[in-house]
Design a protein around this ligand. Structure first.
Ligand SMILES: Nc1ncnc2c1ncn2[C@@H]1O[C@H](COP(=O)(O)OP(=O)(O)OP(=O)(O)O)[C@@H](O)[C@H]1O
Ligand SMILES: [Mg+2]
Length: 229
């Protein structure tokens, strides 16, 4: 078996202090193999987003370790973390989080990690490639407000892909979309897993969507209650 691409070891996450402390994650241990498609299910407030944020290095755990591709992200300095995140992960949010006054094209190009070895032409090619991948090439000069929710999410997926990371984290990516549009977005995510071998971790509370995944993890009150597939 290859080395796991994600390792979560003894992770705790607490918010607040003293009597108001909320234990969002309680001793989470988890390994994800390269190319796996994992869904995390569970009721509102059980810690799904917290786990995803901690795995992606967007938030630090209170205790424990997270290794992405063998690199312990809990040990990386704040200065170096954005670079490591750009190389290792793409993140898709429920609310798209596109920048309103940038076009689709500019939203994507803006997150290309500054790298002197990548020429301007190459950056343009990379941006156009991912736009093509989500079938948004024609709409590249449109601003987010000129795009439907599904189109905005496709641009957000392209943005998550442009640095060619091995791991894609998706937090309720279809939560703001109607079911037909949501299905189209899920098909794109599924295709990235199947055709490009991307590791996908999908948070959802929708049992139907979890069927796209090969492995399903259920959470309750900050712990993993089942792990199947
Ligand atoms: N920044 C924060 N400060 C304080 N408490 C927080 C913070 N973020 C999350 N929590 C708490 O941690 C727990 C887990 O929250 P989390 O957002 O991970 O849940 P979730 O499973 O993603 O829920 P949902 O399905 O509603 O998105 C909740 O009790 C929540 O109130
Ligand atoms: Mg959430």
């Amino acid at each position: 078996m290859p080395n796991p691409i994600i390792q979560v070891q003894g992770v705790h996450k607490e918010y607040g202090r003293g009597k108001k402390t909320v234990a969002a994650l309680k001793d989470i241990n988890l390994e994800v193999q390269p190319g796996q498609f994992l869904a995390i299910l569970g009721p509102s407030g059980c810690g799904k987003s917290t786990l995803l944020h901690v795995m992606a290095g967007l938030e630090q755990p209170t205790d424990g370790r997270i290794l992405l591709d063998g690199v312990d992200v809990t040990l990386i300095s704040e200065r170096d973390l954005p670079k490591v995140r750009a190389q290792k992960i793409g993140f898709v949010f429920q609310s798209f989080l596109l920048i309103e006054d940038l076009t689709a094209y500019e939203n994507i190009e803006a997150v290309l990690w500054p790298n002197p070895e990548i020429t301007k032409n190459k950056q343009e090619d990379m941006t156009l490639d991912v736009l093509r991948e989500v079938d948004m090439l024609e709409r590249r000069d449109h601003f987010p407000r000129q795009l439907s929710g599904g189109e905005q999410q496709r641009v957000a997926i392209a943005r998550a892909l442009v640095n060619n990371p091995p791991i894609l984290f998706c937090d309720e990516p279809t939560g703001n979309l109607d079911s037909k549009t949501g299905d189209a977005v899920m098909k794109i995510i599924s295709k990235l897993n199947k055709d490009k071998g991307m590791t996908v971790v999908l948070v959802t509370h929708n049992e139907e969507l979890a069927r796209y995944a090969k492995r399903t993890l259920r959470m309750k009150d900050g712990i993993i209650t089942s792990d199947r597939g």
